[in-house]
Design a protein around this ligand. Structure first.
Ligand SMILES: Nc1ncnc2c1ncn2[C@@H]1O[C@H](COP(=O)(O)OP(=O)(O)OP(=O)(O)O)[C@@H](O)[C@H]1O
Ligand SMILES: [Mg+2]
Length: 289
C-alpha cells in the first residue's frame, strides 16, 4: 500500500468509536511458518468445536493464494472475497452457512495479494468485517503460511495469534522464524502454540520444549501453550469426505483434542472491550510496523 493510501485509511479508521460494543468478536488468526502443517484443519476443527459449545463463529479464509477452507467443508461458494474487494457484493452476501451453524467467508484461489488490494477495496473488506463481527463471538482467520507482508498485517491486526507447528524439524525452524518476526514487531502480542500431527504426547511435548527453549534463549519470550492435536487417520478420512472431523467422528482422538482446545480458548481468551476496533484500526493502518 502506498503512503497515500495508508494515510487515507488511517484517517477513516479514526472514525471508529473508541468504545467498541462488548459483543465484538474475539479475532484469532491461525498461522504457521511452514505450509501444510494443518492450519486449515485446525481452523475448521476449532470453529466446529466452539460452535458446538454455543458460540457464534465466523471463519475467514484469508489464504488468497490457495483458498481451500470451503473445499475442506464441502461447500461451493458462488461468490467470494474477490467479489467484495471488487465492490460487486457486500460481505454479508458472500457469507456461507457451514456445518454446526458456523459461517464462512470464502476466498477464491489466485486472487490478487492483500498487499495489492487498493484502498477502497480494503475499506469494503474491513467495514464488512466489522459488521459481521458484531454478530459473532469469534472470528477465526485462516492465513497463508509464511512471512509475507499481507499475512503479517492480518496477524498484527488480530487480537490473538495461534501458531501451528508439527514436530518435524523443518516446521519447528520455520515456526521459530515466525515467532521472531512477530516478536520484533509486537512483543506483547499474545501468541499461542499448537502442536499438530504429533505421533504421541511425548513427541508433542518435546516440540513445545524445544521451541520454548529457543524462544526464551534468543528472544527472552515465553509462548503460551494452547495444546496439541494428535496425528489421527480420522482427519484424513474426514478431508476425503469433505466433512469436519469434529462433526463426522466426534469421539476420535483429534476431535476430542479440538473440543479440549476450544475449552481452553473459551477459558483463556478474554473479550477485549476494544478488540474489534483495534483489529479495524490496525488493518487500516496498512503497515505491519
Ligand atoms: N492431526 C492430523 N492428523 C492427521 N492428518 C492431518 C492432521 N492435521 C492435518 N493433517 C493432514 O495434513 C494435510 C495438510 O493439512 P492442511 O491443509 O490443514 O494444512 P495447511 O497448513 O492449511 O496447509 P497450507 O499451508 O497449504 O494452507 C492434510 O492432508 C490433512 O488431512
Ligand atoms: Mg491451509
Amino acid at each position: 500500500m502506498s503512503n497515500d493510501q495508508a494515510s487515507r485509511l488511517r484517517q477513516l479508521a479514526q472514525g471508529v468509536p473508541h468504545e467498541a460494543p462488548l459483543f465484538a468478536a474475539r479475532v484469532v488468526a491461525i498461522t504457521s511458518g511452514k505450509g501444510g502443517v494443518g492450519k486449515t484443519n485446525v481452523v475448521a476443527g476449532l470453529a466446529l468445536a466452539l460452535s458446538q459449545q454455543g458460540q457464534r463463529v465466523v471463519v475467514m479464509d484469508a489464504d488468497f493464494g490457495l483458498a481451500n477452507l470451503d473445499i475442506l467443508l464441502g461447500l461451493s461458494p458462488k461468490y467470494t472475497l474477490e467479489h467484495v474487494l471488487k465492490g460487486e457484493k457486500v460481505l454479508e452476501e458472500i457469507l456461507l452457512d457451514g456445518p454446526s451453524g458456523i459461517r464462512i467467508i470464502p476466498a477464491s484461489s489466485g486472487v490478487q495479494e492483500m498487499t495489492r488490494i487498493d484502498t477502497l477495496a480494503e475499506l469494503r473488506l474491513v467495514q464488512g468485517l466489522q459488521r459481521v463481527a458484531e454478530t459473532a463471538d469469534w472470528l477465526l482467520i485462516d492465513t497463508a503460511a509464511g512471512i509475507h507482508d499481507s499475512v503479517l498485517r492480518l496477524l498484527m491486526a488480530a487480537q490473538e495469534v495461534i501458531l501451528v507447528t508439527t514436530p518435524e524439524p523443518t516446521s519447528l525452524v520455520d515456526a521459530y522464524a515466525m515467532v521472531k518476526v512477530l516478536h520484533l514487531r509486537e512483543p506483547a502480542k499474545p501468541l499461542w502454540l499448537l502442536v499438530n500431527n504429533g505421533q504421541n504426547p511425548e513427541e508433542a511435548e518435546e516440540t513445545v520444549e524445544q521451541l520454548q527453549a529457543a524462544v526464551a534463549r534468543f528472544l527472552g519470550k515465553q509462548l503460551q501453550v494452547l495444546g496439541m492435536i494428535p496425528g489421527d487417520p480420522h482427519v484424513l478420512q474426514a478431508v476425503r469426505q469433505q466433512r469436519g472431523v469434529v462433526d463426522l467422528f466426534p469421539h476420535c482422538p483429534a476431535s476430542l483434542a479440538f473440543q479440549s482446545l476450544a475449552n481452553q480458548l473459551l477459558r483463556r481468551v478474554s473479550l477485549q472491550p476494544d478488540g474489534f476496533a483495534t483489529f479495524w484500526r490496525q488493518l487500516a493502518s496498512g503497515d505491519p510496523h
